[in-house]
Design a protein around this ligand. Structure first.
Ligand code: NAD
Length: 292
């Protein structure tokens, strides 16, 4: 059985920071890489702030925080992954970008290294086929925010070996998370169910049935959701939401998955939600203000 002692995280965005956080806290050595160099320091600052929050709420000790931070190394090139047991790809949710990133990654890895992808929707089998090791490739789908959310979906591609699956399962339990196994179908389980609901909320806004505020209030108080669907869309990232809907629409060829034109428009405007400070809400002031 392969034991995962070191983890590489490729893509230091929202998810990359969360994955680095939980891996370092679980005692694993972490290498963090992003094509955008400025993302690396920003990502480490996010991890540091989130660890401090956990210290303040007495979930971890100050010593655990310090140790976790010291385990994260920022990498300026892919060669830094040469001795890593498992690299988790968490780059932008776009199949072309992911395939290119994976094909650049493979030559830098030791032969026995595993690759996990954190994709929310893209076929694991297709991504695996763009690597030199489809048998050691698997979907390890963390939820956002990673330090808080309990679930990880594990998704095997057609070629994923049992040993890879078991190593991934052990890795996830070492992080203290719970596995749900999904078959390799577009958007797997959580997003197959969640994203059409969010897309429908955007249609509800688009058709003028309700405002941003009334739709989110309706679902928080009327369906007991912890946050409204439009607030959640901003949290996920509207570009990621659109990509997932496109994968569902293309992959399942059913018009019920058609991305709402209003979602497309927000993405075209570069209003991607919290990460760009504007989406269905404007986050530039002290409190979020609906943009419609
Ligand atoms: N946002 C969510 O709620 C959520 C939840 C679960 C899974 N995911 C998945 O996680 C992945 C990342 O999503 P995110 O929300 O962190 O996106 P993000 O936009 O916050 O971050 C993506 C990062 O990838 C980097 N990147 C792009 N190309 C790269 C390359 N070739 N090599 C290295 N880095 C590269 C970008 O510079 C950026 O920093 C996506 O596959 C997404 O679907 C997202």
């Amino acid at each position: 059985m392969v034991e995962i002692r070191s983890v590489g995280v490729m893509g230091a965005g929202q998810m990359g920071s969360g994955i680095a956080h939980v891996c370092a806290l679980a005692g694993l050595d972490v290498g963090l890489y992003d094509v955008a160099r400025d993302r690396l320091e920003a990502c480490l600052n996010v991890v540091s702030a989130n660890l401090s929050r956990q210290v303040a709420s007495k979930k971890i000790t100050e010593e655990q925080r310090r140790e976790a931070l010291s385990r994260i190394k920022l990498l300026t090139d892919l060669e830094g992954f040469s001795d890593t047991d498992l690299v988790i790809e968490a780059v932008t949710e776009n199949e072309t970008i992911k395939r290119k990133a994976l094909s650049q990654l493979c030559p830098e890895l030791k032969p026995e290294a595993m690759i996990g992808t954190n994709t929310s929707s893209v076929s694991i089998t297709r991504l695996a086929a763009s690597t030199d090791r489809p048998e050691r490739f698997i979907g390890i789908h963390f939820m956002n925010p990673v330090p808080v959310m309990q679930l990880v979906e594990l998704v095997r591609g057609i070629a994923t070996e049992d040993e890879t699956f078991e190593a991934a399962r052990n890795f996830v339990s070492k992080l203290g998370k719970t596995v749900a196994v999904s078959e390799d179908f577009p958007a797997f389980m959580v997003n197959r169910i969640l994203l059409p609901m969010i897309n429908e909320a955007i249609y509800t806004l688009y058709e003028g049935v309700g405002t941003v505020d009334s739709i989110d209030t309706a679902m928080r108080l009327g369906a007991n959701h912890p946050m409204g669907p439009l607030q959640l869309a901003d949290f996920i990232g509207l570009d990621t939401c659109l990509s997932i809907m496109q994968v569902l629409h293309d992959g399942l060829a059913d018009s019920k998955y058609r991305p709402c034109p209003l979602l497309v428009k927000y993405v075209e405007a570069g209003w991607l939600g919290r990460k760009t400070q504007r989406g269905f809400y404007d986050y530039r002031g002290a409190t979020p203000v609906p943009t419609r």
